[in-house]
Design a binder for this molecule. Structure first.
Ligand code: AMP
Ligand code: ZN
Length: 473
């Protein structure tokens, strides 16, 4: 098939035409969430942009297999090898086990993804499922002389590589920001940039999850999981690896080091990185605590798809600053857009020539380094054009295969919800009035029965000084 998608490859530092290893097929890997807390909307920006890439590839005809890990062990508070294990920290905070925390936040993550119309990857694999694979890779790296044992831990020896800093020509000092920490330096390391493949004897004595290994009871480092999980499901050659820009160093740098040392050949050709969502205080991050979640946006009255629309209007390679003010404007624009589409008469004939022309413009925008805001402009252009309503409707439906904004269904759905809400309100208010009458007539049994009837439907009554109030349970 014709290759026409291009995007910025962090490895070559250029926008490049994407050519997969196998014609028409794409092997794609995404670093999944560390499930010790809710994903914040910054994390979800990365997943929305990755979803856009996957759907663009599918839209132009590729058969994509996408794999995602779930980090449920080994990710320490600093992205280097220091600090506490994030999962353990989460478990302590909530007085639960690590596995309980992992299950809860994995489910919460995919619930958020669903609300944002982010497609579920074809394979989702928790790190704790793959301990044998990790042990195997570490064993081979030791045999090949790329790894060493010191103080009970197994380290990757970065000095064995000709070019460890594959992504950047920044000085080592600048790059070491990710492994720098205020806690004591690991004196076991031969080189400052070496990283842990397997922990045994370390200061993390209270680590809850431990496994037997040839080097003693312990647990894997964070980086090894992505190398092993991707190879397990996608084989030795990968087309695209995705993540947020904070993962470039040390995580992705270390993934490449250990994967290529293990395989003895190049591993992944294209690296797709999404820039950060910031708020006024800087990068949104779970550890800084300045996080906003999908639920918070919903509580503030926003449809999660408004957030998706907000993300799609900016370029994935530019930092994006979040503010409620901007989000409110985006919400108004979204409502107007879906209302306009809902008002189209779908029953006419589709003008095939116009359809093809706008589809081509839309595709070209996406193929040009994922220019999603331009793709949205094409949508607005077609809605303004002198073409039949049926053509506009067909185009909106087609573009939504990539944009995933419920363009043709959102408005009708909203109206349906509003009708249901109004009917419910009417019903409850009539019951409250009936109960008031019963109380007035001192028929308390009837009043109680009405309260019970409502409760059975999940409606709770509250007697307050201002009168009876109601809410859904
Ligand atoms: P984590 O759950 O911390 O492992 O991160 C999950 C994904 O979110 C990774 O791809 C990170 O690079 C990405 N990420 C983290 N913080 C942000 C942010 N503020 N904006 C965009 N992406 C982010
Ligand atoms: Zn990863």
């Amino acid at each position: 098939m014709e290759n026409r998608v291009s995007f910025y490859n962090t490895l070559t530092k250029k926008v490049e035409l994407f050519v997969p290893n196998e014609d028409g097929k794409v092997a794609m890997y995404t670093c999944g969430p560390t499930v010790y807390h809710f994903a914040h909307i910054g994390n979800l920006r990365s997943y929305i942009c990755e979803d856009l890439l996957e759907k663009t590839l599918r839209y132009v005809g590729y058969d994509v297999k996408r794999v995602m890990n779930i980090t449920d062990v080994g990710h320490l508070s600093s992205d280097g090898d220091t600090g506490e294990d994030k999962m353990l920290k989460g478990a302590k905070r909530e007085h639960k086990t690590v596995m309980e925390i992992a299950k809860f936040y994995t489910d919460a993550f995919f619930a958020d993804c669903k609300k944002l119309n982010i497609k579920m990857p074809d394979v989702v694999e928790p790190a704790t499922n793959c301990i044998d694979e990790f042990i195997h890779m570490v064993t081979v790296l030791l045999e090949k002389g790329y790894a060493y044992e010191c103080g009970g831990n197994i380290y990757f020896d970065t000095s064995k590589l000709e070019d460890y800093y594959v992504f950047s020509n920044l000085s080592e000092k600048e790059l070491l920001v990710g492994v720098r920490d205020d806690v004591e330096e690991d004196t076991n390391k031969r080189n400052k940039s070496d990283f842990v493949l397997w922990f045994t004897k370390s200061k993390f004595d209270d680590q809850e999850l431990k496994w037997d290994s040839p080097w003693g009871v312990g647990y894997p480092g964070w980086h090894i999981e992505c190398s092993c999980i991707s190879m397990k499901h996608l084989g030795e050659y990968m087309d695209i690896h995705c993540g947020g820009v904070d993962n470039i160093f040390p995580h992705h740098t270390n993934e490449i080091a250990q994967s290529e040392a293990y395989l003895g050949h190049k591993w992944c050709n294209y690296w797709f990185h999404v820039h950060h969502l910031n708020d006024r205080s800087g990068k949104m991050s779970k550890s800084k605590g300045n996080i906003l979640t999908v639920s918070v946006l919903e509580e503030e009255g926003f449809d999660p798809l408004v957030y998706r629309f907000f993300c799609l209007q900016s370029h994935y390679r530019k930092p994006l600053e979040f503010s409620y003010e901007v989000l409110r404007n985006v919400a108004a624009a979204y409502d107007k857009l879906v209302k306009k589409i809902d008002g189209l008469d779908q029953n006419g004939t589709v003008d095939q020539e116009a359809f093809a022309e706008y589809k081509e413009r839309f595709t070209a925008a996406l193929c040009d380094d994922m220019n999603s805001s331009m793709a949205i402009t094409v949508l607005y252009d077609c809605l303004k054009a002198e073409i039949s309503d049926a053509t506009k409707w067909a185009l909106a439906e087609d573009f939504d295969r990539v944009l995933s904004l419920n363009l043709t269904t959102a408005h009708a759905q909203k109206q349906e919800t509003q009708t249901v809400d109004a009917q419910l309100e009417e019903y409850v208010l009539s019951k409250i009035a009936e109960r008031k009458e019963a109380k007035k007539a001192r028929d308390f049994a009837k009043a109680d029965a009405i309260r019970a009837e409502l409760l059975e439907r999940g409606i709770v009554l509250e007697d307050t000084r201002e009168g009876v109030k109601w809410k859904l349970q």
